[in-house]
Design a protein around this ligand. Structure first.
Ligand SMILES: C[S@@+](CC[C@H](N)C(=O)[O-])C[C@H]1O[C@@H](n2cnc3c(N)ncnc32)[C@H](O)[C@@H]1O
Length: 230
């Protein structure tokens, strides 16, 4: 299986990971982080990694958080809210010289097919988290990754999603999704690793975090921090 296969096509620009700017720009916030509100009190400084067009960034700002939002697509960032500090950068190389109360790595970025990239993402999170800070991570839904089959995969706000192709080899899932809306369509091809719980907890530990806690019943969201002195 070809690794690192990220590709997108359709109207408008696509990010390096194949995500369509138009699809994300027109996708509303869907309650993604409501269950995290206890960690996101007004005044909390948040580093959001992979913010896209700012779907989640806007909600963080409305909660009163002070947000720095990072993405490596300037076309995505062009739609992100300017009330956040917007940073055009690869997460892997990020070095802002600043620490945050919360570092958030969402959208299943941790399912990147290359282990060294996953480690670099976790390293960037560790580098920017304050001593008493909270690292919040979201992996792709493992049940979906292991069962998704060719055919319709849902519809929301006029955007229909269909699995066009899917293949699974050695813990990697290669998939092409098709998005259709109002006569326009996009294709997004990607390869993701099926990161199981043990593997993820070990990798988080190697980045220096401990106190790993799963935050949802589907076991997609994790909270971690640094070991406390004493
Ligand atoms: C699936 S989109 C999600 C965007 C946003 N988090 C949301 O939920 O709407 C993933 C975003 O991460 C960005 N991204 C992927 N890999 C990245 C990397 N290595 N460094 C910086 N940004 C990255 C992409 O450009 C894209 O905007």
């Amino acid at each position: 299986m070809k690794i690192d296969a990220f590709f997108g096509e359709g109207p408008g620009a696509q990010a390096q990971d194949g995500c369509s700017v138009e699809v994300y720009r027109s996708s509303p916030y869907a309650g993604d982080i409501e269950h995290l509100s206890e960690y996101l009190e007004p005044g909390t400084s948040v580093l959001e990694l992979g913010c896209g067009t700012g779907r989640v960034t806007r909600r963080l700002l409305s909660m009163g958080c002070v947000v720095t939002a990072v993405d490596n697509s300037d076309e995505m960032l062009a739609y992100a809210p300017t009330e956040a500090k917007l940073v055009l950068a690869d997460i892997e190389q990020l070095d802002l010289g600043e620490k945050f109360d919360v570092v958030m790595l969402g959208s299943g970025l941790i399912n990147h097919p290359k282990p060294e990239v996953r480690s670099a993402f976790l390293g960037a999170a560790a580098k920017h988290l304050g001593a008493n800070g909270i690292f919040i991570l979201q992996r792709q839904d493992p049940a979906w990754l292991s069962t998704a089959a060719v055919g319709p995969a849902g519809e929301a706000n006029g955007l229909a999603v269909r699995v066009e192709t899917v293949s699974r080899t050695n813990g990697l899932v290669a998939m092409t999704l098709r998005y259709d809306r109002g006569g326009e369509s996009w294709l997004h091809s990607f390869t993701l690793a099926e990161v199981d719980e043990t593997m993820l907890e070990l990798q988080i530990g190697s980045a220096g975090f401990d106190s790993v806690e799963w935050l949802d019943t589907r076991r997609c969201w994790i909270k971690a921090g640094f070991p406390r002195a004493g």
